[in-house]
Design a protein around this ligand. Structure first.
Ligand SMILES: [Zn+2]
Ligand SMILES: [Zn+2]
Length: 344
């Protein structure tokens, strides 16, 4: 094992002080502890009662949600049209020519995509209901009444900008806070980036991200149901820019995240580290100096140079499931393991 490489991949950005990691860990731990309390059911009921009616109708009835997911995803011809279209483009204009559309990495991510669909549609709404309850109970004094007089269209634009800025901000945080980086490493471990890589996101990271986004949404009294739908719709956009596609979308590249710009973010080359954190707009990267403004660089290799990462090597037998479980456990193993690197 080459220890030098591990140090580089293990934490390749600027490190934030340990107390930030400790505070993030403490916040997450208290959130989990709170969720375990016997008051949970009561909070759910109360929070549920306080939600806007359309969201309430949609959220609670899991019996409706599951068939809805099946209907809109698995039984939707558009899903297959998009998948087929991206596969076709991947064989016509690939960045990495060695990678077939039906790669081992893609099959692994396909499993992530299925668990993600279930998580997104069943557990996430319940988590948001709980979070809304906690907000109402303990944090409602933070509510800002600034946008109340604005028209719905203006509010929608503001909501979108805030949503995208928060997406950017928490992506930076996930790279800079060591505790969160352990989980985000899983997303970055993909060496054969594809349409489904966007769903390779650890559950802990996912919940932390949603908390960071939705609490400010509650504060600004943004219509949570709309933001929720928006994030579902954006799912396809973010999926496509993870695919093995040699395109920078022409003029759109100046203000939107593209397969070219996001590949820079996943690149193994040191000059690309800690660049292009944006999720939809590139304006935040531009504003905070994290934009990599060369639009014609298409790094072939992606992933992290860390021998400890469980990387999929086969789809034989149950290995896809075994690797998935190992990837889920990996951040905890790292966090519990004695530090393998010297203080740096
Ligand atoms: Zn990242
Ligand atoms: Zn990504």
């Amino acid at each position: 094992m080459d220890n030098k490489n591990i140090v580089a991949a293990d934490f390749r950005g600027r490190r934030w002080p340990a107390w930030i990691s400790a505070a993030a860990a403490a916040a997450l731990l208290s959130a989990i502890l709170l969720a375990q309390g016997p008051a949970l059911a009561g909070w759910f009921r109360e929070a549920y009662a306080g939600l806007p009616l359309p969201l309430r109708d949609w959220l609670w009835d899991v019996r409706r949600i599951v068939p809805w997911v099946v209907q809109t995803t698995y039984l939707n011809p558009w899903t297959y049209a998009v998948v087929f279209g991206v596969f076709l483009l991947e064989s016509l204009i690939p960045i990495n020519r060695q990678q077939k559309p039906w790669s081992v990495g893609m099959v692994q991510d396909l499993l992530w995509a299925h668990t993600d669909a279930f998580f997104r549609s069943v557990w996430l709404p319940l988590y948001l209901v709980w979070l809304h309850g906690v907000y109402d109970r303990h944090l409602s004094f933070l509510t800002v009444h600034l946008f109340e007089g604005f028209s719905p269209a203006v509010r929608a634009v503001i909501a979108f900008l805030i949503f995208d800025a928060l997406n950017y901000a928490h992506h930076v945080v996930r790279h800079r806070v060591e505790f969160l980086w352990r989980f985000h490493m899983i997303h970055h471990s993909q060496r054969e980036m594809n349409l489904f890589t966007d769903t390779r996101v650890h559950i802990v990271e996912y919940l932390a991200a949603k908390t960071v986004i939705f609490i400010p949404m509650f504060m600004l009294q943004v219509n949570v149901a709309e933001v929720f739908w928006l994030s579902l719709a954006m799912h396809w956009y973010t999926g496509v820019y993870h695919a093995n596609l040699k395109t920078n979308y022409g003029l759109l590249k100046y203000f939107m995240v593209t397969p070219q710009s996001h590949r820079i973010h996943h690149s193994v080359e040191p000059r690309h580290y800690e660049k292009n954190f944006g999720v939809f707009l590139t304006v935040w990267d531009r504003m905070f100096g994290t934009l990599y403004a060369k639009y014609d660089e298409y790094p072939e290799e992606t992933g992290l140079d860390d021998d400890r990462l469980p990387i999929e090597e086969s789809i034989a037998g149950i290995s896809v499931f075994r690797t998935y479980i190992r990837q889920l456990i990996f951040p905890f193993r790292l966090l519990l393991a004695p530090k393998s690197r010297s203080a740096s």
